[in-house]
Write a protein that binds this ligand. Sequence first.
Ligand SMILES: [Zn+2]
Length: 101
Amino acid sequence: MTQKQLINKLHRKTMTSPCRFKVGVICYDKRGNLLGIAYNTPRFSKKGGGLHAEMMALQKWGVKIKSMTLLRFSKTGKLLPIHPCKNCRKVLTKLNIRVTV
Ligand SMILES: [Zn+2]
């Protein structure tokens, strides 16, 4: 799958998410092989927050992830710039995961 196809797939997935900010990640292992995609989900136990896409990916693949590409979509599907929040950045830095935006 090409990166463009991946982005399209992520976009379709995030469109089904009720989150206001639709964020997805594409994850790669240390050889640069694709692990898969993840996207943010609403959190039901707590109001006002969702599980961030970066953390979703970590739950799925953990330390296998070596790098991830972070993407954010607008309501109309346009790609918007995004950077990991403070919390995610801390975790990702600790695990030595490279984030590209
Ligand atoms: Zn975050």
